[in-house]
Design a protein around this ligand. Structure first.
Ligand code: SF4
Length: 288
Protein backbone atom coordinates (compact mmCIF):
# COMPACT_ATOMS: atom_id res chain seq x y z
CA UNK A 1 0.00 0.00 0.00
CA UNK A 2 1.29 3.44 -0.97
CA UNK A 3 0.97 6.32 1.48
CA UNK A 4 0.54 9.75 -0.13
CA UNK A 5 0.97 13.20 1.43
CA UNK A 6 -1.31 15.44 -0.65
CA UNK A 7 -1.36 18.26 1.95
CA UNK A 8 2.43 18.39 2.14
CA UNK A 9 2.45 17.77 5.89
CA UNK A 10 5.82 17.90 7.67
CA UNK A 11 7.93 14.75 7.41
CA UNK A 12 8.02 13.94 11.17
CA UNK A 13 4.21 13.95 11.30
CA UNK A 14 4.02 11.78 8.20
CA UNK A 15 6.58 9.36 9.65
CA UNK A 16 4.66 9.14 12.92
CA UNK A 17 1.30 8.61 11.27
CA UNK A 18 2.68 6.05 8.85
CA UNK A 19 4.09 3.86 11.58
CA UNK A 20 2.25 0.62 11.90
CA UNK A 21 1.69 -0.05 15.57
CA UNK A 22 -0.60 -2.93 15.03
CA UNK A 23 0.60 -6.46 15.57
CA UNK A 24 -1.42 -9.62 15.43
CA UNK A 25 1.50 -11.80 16.42
CA UNK A 26 1.82 -15.21 14.85
CA UNK A 27 -1.91 -15.69 14.23
CA UNK A 28 -3.56 -16.03 10.86
CA UNK A 29 -6.66 -14.10 11.82
CA UNK A 30 -7.16 -11.40 14.40
CA UNK A 31 -10.66 -11.17 15.86
CA UNK A 32 -11.34 -7.98 13.91
CA UNK A 33 -10.17 -9.58 10.65
CA UNK A 34 -12.41 -12.54 11.29
CA UNK A 35 -15.35 -10.20 11.72
CA UNK A 36 -14.63 -8.13 8.64
CA UNK A 37 -16.14 -9.11 5.25
CA UNK A 38 -14.17 -11.80 3.35
CA UNK A 39 -14.52 -9.76 0.15
CA UNK A 40 -12.55 -6.88 1.66
CA UNK A 41 -9.74 -9.14 2.84
CA UNK A 42 -9.41 -10.86 -0.54
CA UNK A 43 -9.50 -7.62 -2.56
CA UNK A 44 -6.99 -5.97 -0.23
CA UNK A 45 -4.61 -8.87 -0.66
CA UNK A 46 -5.05 -8.81 -4.44
CA UNK A 47 -4.61 -5.05 -4.89
CA UNK A 48 -2.22 -4.31 -2.04
CA UNK A 49 0.51 -2.90 -4.30
CA UNK A 50 -1.98 -0.59 -6.07
CA UNK A 51 -3.82 0.64 -2.99
CA UNK A 52 -3.23 4.23 -1.93
CA UNK A 53 -4.09 6.08 1.25
CA UNK A 54 -3.43 9.71 2.04
CA UNK A 55 -1.71 10.27 5.36
CA UNK A 56 -4.51 12.63 6.47
CA UNK A 57 -6.88 9.67 6.44
CA UNK A 58 -4.71 7.93 9.03
CA UNK A 59 -5.01 10.66 11.65
CA UNK A 60 -8.25 9.54 13.29
CA UNK A 61 -7.22 5.90 13.66
CA UNK A 62 -3.67 6.76 14.74
CA UNK A 63 -4.91 9.10 17.49
CA UNK A 64 -6.81 6.12 18.86
CA UNK A 65 -3.67 4.00 18.56
CA UNK A 66 -1.58 6.59 20.43
CA UNK A 67 -4.12 6.68 23.24
CA UNK A 68 -4.11 2.89 23.37
CA UNK A 69 -0.30 2.97 23.65
CA UNK A 70 -0.44 5.42 26.56
CA UNK A 71 -3.15 3.44 28.33
CA UNK A 72 -1.23 0.21 27.85
CA UNK A 73 1.70 1.70 29.76
CA UNK A 74 -0.48 2.89 32.65
CA UNK A 75 -0.44 0.08 35.17
CA UNK A 76 -3.03 0.13 37.95
CA UNK A 77 -3.55 -2.56 40.59
CA UNK A 78 -6.59 -4.72 39.86
CA UNK A 79 -6.36 -4.36 36.07
CA UNK A 80 -4.49 -6.19 33.31
CA UNK A 81 -3.62 -4.06 30.29
CA UNK A 82 -3.45 -5.16 26.66
CA UNK A 83 -3.19 -8.93 26.61
CA UNK A 84 -3.11 -10.85 23.34
CA UNK A 85 -4.60 -14.32 23.49
CA UNK A 86 -4.16 -17.02 20.87
CA UNK A 87 -6.12 -20.14 20.10
CA UNK A 88 -6.37 -22.63 17.27
CA UNK A 89 -9.57 -23.68 15.49
CA UNK A 90 -9.32 -26.41 12.83
CA UNK A 91 -5.63 -25.66 12.36
CA UNK A 92 -6.09 -21.89 12.03
CA UNK A 93 -4.66 -19.58 14.66
CA UNK A 94 -6.93 -16.80 15.91
CA UNK A 95 -5.88 -14.03 18.21
CA UNK A 96 -7.50 -11.17 20.05
CA UNK A 97 -5.88 -8.25 21.87
CA UNK A 98 -7.89 -7.34 24.94
CA UNK A 99 -7.49 -3.71 25.99
CA UNK A 100 -8.28 -4.09 29.65
CA UNK A 101 -9.37 -6.74 32.14
CA UNK A 102 -10.71 -5.60 35.47
CA UNK A 103 -10.26 -8.27 38.14
CA UNK A 104 -13.45 -8.78 40.10
CA UNK A 105 -14.78 -11.48 42.43
CA UNK A 106 -14.65 -14.82 40.59
CA UNK A 107 -13.35 -13.53 37.26
CA UNK A 108 -12.77 -10.50 35.07
CA UNK A 109 -14.71 -7.77 33.34
CA UNK A 110 -13.49 -7.10 29.79
CA UNK A 111 -13.25 -3.43 28.85
CA UNK A 112 -12.56 -2.21 25.32
CA UNK A 113 -11.66 1.40 24.55
CA UNK A 114 -13.35 2.95 21.52
CA UNK A 115 -12.54 6.41 20.18
CA UNK A 116 -15.69 7.21 18.32
CA UNK A 117 -18.13 9.82 17.08
CA UNK A 118 -21.31 10.44 19.04
CA UNK A 119 -23.50 8.83 16.35
CA UNK A 120 -21.95 5.39 16.97
CA UNK A 121 -22.94 5.58 20.62
CA UNK A 122 -26.42 6.77 19.67
CA UNK A 123 -26.92 4.02 17.11
CA UNK A 124 -25.09 1.27 18.98
CA UNK A 125 -22.86 -1.10 17.02
CA UNK A 126 -23.52 -4.80 16.74
CA UNK A 127 -19.81 -5.23 15.93
CA UNK A 128 -18.93 -4.21 19.47
CA UNK A 129 -21.09 -6.96 20.90
CA UNK A 130 -19.55 -9.57 18.59
CA UNK A 131 -15.96 -8.46 19.20
CA UNK A 132 -16.27 -8.44 22.99
CA UNK A 133 -17.99 -11.81 23.04
CA UNK A 134 -15.19 -13.38 20.99
CA UNK A 135 -12.74 -11.95 23.55
CA UNK A 136 -14.87 -13.47 26.30
CA UNK A 137 -14.75 -16.85 24.56
CA UNK A 138 -10.95 -16.57 24.21
CA UNK A 139 -10.43 -15.75 27.89
CA UNK A 140 -12.78 -18.46 29.10
CA UNK A 141 -11.54 -21.23 26.81
CA UNK A 142 -7.80 -20.42 26.71
CA UNK A 143 -7.22 -19.05 30.21
CA UNK A 144 -10.11 -20.75 31.98
CA UNK A 145 -11.08 -17.48 33.68
CA UNK A 146 -14.81 -16.69 33.95
CA UNK A 147 -15.89 -13.41 32.38
CA UNK A 148 -18.32 -11.50 34.59
CA UNK A 149 -19.10 -8.58 32.32
CA UNK A 150 -18.35 -6.80 29.02
CA UNK A 151 -18.04 -3.06 28.69
CA UNK A 152 -17.14 -0.49 26.07
CA UNK A 153 -15.39 2.62 27.31
CA UNK A 154 -16.48 5.04 24.58
CA UNK A 155 -14.50 8.26 24.27
CA UNK A 156 -16.49 10.70 22.15
CA UNK A 157 -14.33 12.72 19.75
CA UNK A 158 -17.05 15.13 18.64
CA UNK A 159 -19.02 15.51 21.88
CA UNK A 160 -21.30 18.53 22.08
CA UNK A 161 -22.84 19.53 25.42
CA UNK A 162 -25.62 21.31 23.49
CA UNK A 163 -26.95 18.15 21.89
CA UNK A 164 -29.76 16.78 24.03
CA UNK A 165 -31.28 14.45 21.42
CA UNK A 166 -32.45 10.99 22.46
CA UNK A 167 -29.61 8.54 23.01
CA UNK A 168 -26.90 11.21 22.78
CA UNK A 169 -24.02 10.39 25.19
CA UNK A 170 -24.18 12.14 28.57
CA UNK A 171 -20.50 13.07 28.68
CA UNK A 172 -17.24 13.02 26.71
CA UNK A 173 -16.65 9.44 27.86
CA UNK A 174 -19.27 6.86 28.81
CA UNK A 175 -19.29 3.20 29.85
CA UNK A 176 -21.62 0.94 27.84
CA UNK A 177 -22.65 -2.52 29.06
CA UNK A 178 -22.60 -5.19 26.36
CA UNK A 179 -24.82 -8.32 26.45
CA UNK A 180 -22.95 -11.60 26.96
CA UNK A 181 -23.28 -14.70 24.77
CA UNK A 182 -22.71 -18.28 25.85
CA UNK A 183 -19.61 -20.00 24.53
CA UNK A 184 -21.58 -22.34 22.21
CA UNK A 185 -23.04 -19.36 20.31
CA UNK A 186 -19.64 -17.66 20.09
CA UNK A 187 -17.78 -20.75 18.94
CA UNK A 188 -20.32 -21.40 16.21
CA UNK A 189 -19.95 -17.76 15.09
CA UNK A 190 -16.14 -18.14 14.96
CA UNK A 191 -16.37 -21.38 12.95
CA UNK A 192 -18.90 -19.86 10.56
CA UNK A 193 -16.67 -16.81 9.92
CA UNK A 194 -13.62 -19.03 9.38
CA UNK A 195 -15.58 -21.08 6.86
CA UNK A 196 -16.65 -17.91 5.02
CA UNK A 197 -13.06 -16.66 4.83
CA UNK A 198 -11.77 -20.07 3.74
CA UNK A 199 -14.41 -20.37 0.99
CA UNK A 200 -13.74 -16.82 -0.20
CA UNK A 201 -10.02 -17.62 -0.52
CA UNK A 202 -10.63 -20.76 -2.56
CA UNK A 203 -13.33 -19.17 -4.74
CA UNK A 204 -11.13 -16.14 -5.40
CA UNK A 205 -8.21 -18.32 -6.43
CA UNK A 206 -10.48 -20.03 -8.95
CA UNK A 207 -11.66 -16.68 -10.29
CA UNK A 208 -15.16 -17.05 -8.90
CA UNK A 209 -17.24 -14.11 -7.72
CA UNK A 210 -16.69 -13.20 -4.09
CA UNK A 211 -19.54 -13.35 -1.62
CA UNK A 212 -21.26 -9.97 -1.54
CA UNK A 213 -20.81 -7.68 1.47
CA UNK A 214 -24.07 -7.37 3.40
CA UNK A 215 -25.84 -4.07 4.09
CA UNK A 216 -24.61 -4.22 7.66
CA UNK A 217 -21.02 -4.81 6.54
CA UNK A 218 -21.35 -1.90 4.11
CA UNK A 219 -22.56 0.42 6.92
CA UNK A 220 -25.79 1.08 5.07
CA UNK A 221 -27.55 4.10 6.46
CA UNK A 222 -31.31 4.15 6.78
CA UNK A 223 -33.53 5.74 4.15
CA UNK A 224 -35.40 8.63 5.79
CA UNK A 225 -38.16 10.95 4.67
CA UNK A 226 -37.63 14.65 5.35
CA UNK A 227 -40.59 17.01 5.63
CA UNK A 228 -39.57 20.33 4.07
CA UNK A 229 -41.17 23.65 3.25
CA UNK A 230 -40.30 26.14 0.47
CA UNK A 231 -37.99 28.87 1.76
CA UNK A 232 -36.72 26.82 4.72
CA UNK A 233 -33.29 25.23 4.35
CA UNK A 234 -33.42 22.55 7.03
CA UNK A 235 -36.03 19.82 7.32
CA UNK A 236 -38.94 20.34 9.69
CA UNK A 237 -38.70 16.71 10.79
CA UNK A 238 -37.33 13.36 9.63
CA UNK A 239 -39.41 10.19 9.52
CA UNK A 240 -38.69 6.52 8.95
CA UNK A 241 -41.90 5.98 6.99
CA UNK A 242 -43.29 7.94 4.06
CA UNK A 243 -46.83 7.77 5.50
CA UNK A 244 -45.85 9.70 8.64
CA UNK A 245 -43.88 12.20 6.60
CA UNK A 246 -46.74 12.77 4.16
CA UNK A 247 -49.20 13.37 7.00
CA UNK A 248 -47.05 16.12 8.50
CA UNK A 249 -46.19 17.58 5.10
CA UNK A 250 -49.90 18.03 4.36
CA UNK A 251 -50.45 19.80 7.69
CA UNK A 252 -47.41 22.02 7.18
CA UNK A 253 -48.18 22.68 3.52
CA UNK A 254 -44.77 21.36 2.69
CA UNK A 255 -43.39 18.43 0.75
CA UNK A 256 -41.50 15.19 1.39
CA UNK A 257 -37.91 14.66 0.32
CA UNK A 258 -36.62 11.07 0.27
CA UNK A 259 -33.07 10.74 1.58
CA UNK A 260 -31.97 7.36 0.36
CA UNK A 261 -29.71 5.30 2.60
CA UNK A 262 -26.19 4.83 1.33
CA UNK A 263 -23.48 2.22 1.90
CA UNK A 264 -21.05 4.51 3.69
CA UNK A 265 -18.19 2.02 3.78
CA UNK A 266 -18.33 1.86 -0.03
CA UNK A 267 -19.08 5.52 -0.83
CA UNK A 268 -16.36 6.79 1.53
CA UNK A 269 -13.96 4.03 0.39
CA UNK A 270 -13.40 3.05 4.00
CA UNK A 271 -12.67 -0.49 2.83
CA UNK A 272 -9.93 0.89 0.56
CA UNK A 273 -10.90 -1.37 -2.36
CA UNK A 274 -14.11 0.22 -3.66
CA UNK A 275 -12.62 0.93 -7.07
CA UNK A 276 -11.94 -2.77 -7.65
CA UNK A 277 -15.20 -4.00 -6.16
CA UNK A 278 -17.62 -5.28 -8.80
CA UNK A 279 -20.51 -5.21 -6.33
CA UNK A 280 -20.16 -1.47 -5.69
CA UNK A 281 -18.97 -0.45 -9.14
CA UNK A 282 -21.93 -2.32 -10.64
CA UNK A 283 -24.31 -0.26 -8.53
CA UNK A 284 -22.71 3.04 -9.44
CA UNK A 285 -22.86 2.23 -13.09
CA UNK A 286 -26.55 1.36 -12.85
CA UNK A 287 -27.44 4.61 -11.04
CA UNK A 288 -25.11 6.83 -13.14
S1 SF4 B 1 -16.89 -1.31 -1.83
FE1 SF4 B 1 -18.50 -1.91 -0.40
S2 SF4 B 1 -19.23 -3.86 -1.16
FE2 SF4 B 1 -17.24 -3.52 -2.08
S3 SF4 B 1 -15.74 -4.48 -0.72
FE3 SF4 B 1 -15.92 -2.35 -0.11
S4 SF4 B 1 -17.48 -2.42 1.53
FE4 SF4 B 1 -17.69 -4.34 0.38
Amino acid sequence: MKITNKQNLPAPLVALLSRNYYSKGASQYSVTELMSPPKIRRLREQYDSEMEIDVTKMIASQLGTFMHGKLEAKEVVGYTNEERIFTEVDGIVISGAIDLQQHVDGGVVIIDYKFVKAWSVKQGKSDWETQLNVYKWLIETVKGVPVKGLQICAIIKDYSAHDTSEGYPEAEAVMIDVPMWDSVKTESFVRQRLEMHRNAKVNHEFGEELQACTDEERWMSETVFAVKREGRKSAIRLFKTIEEATELAEKEKGYVETRKGEPKRCTGDFCGVSKWCKQYQGEINVTA
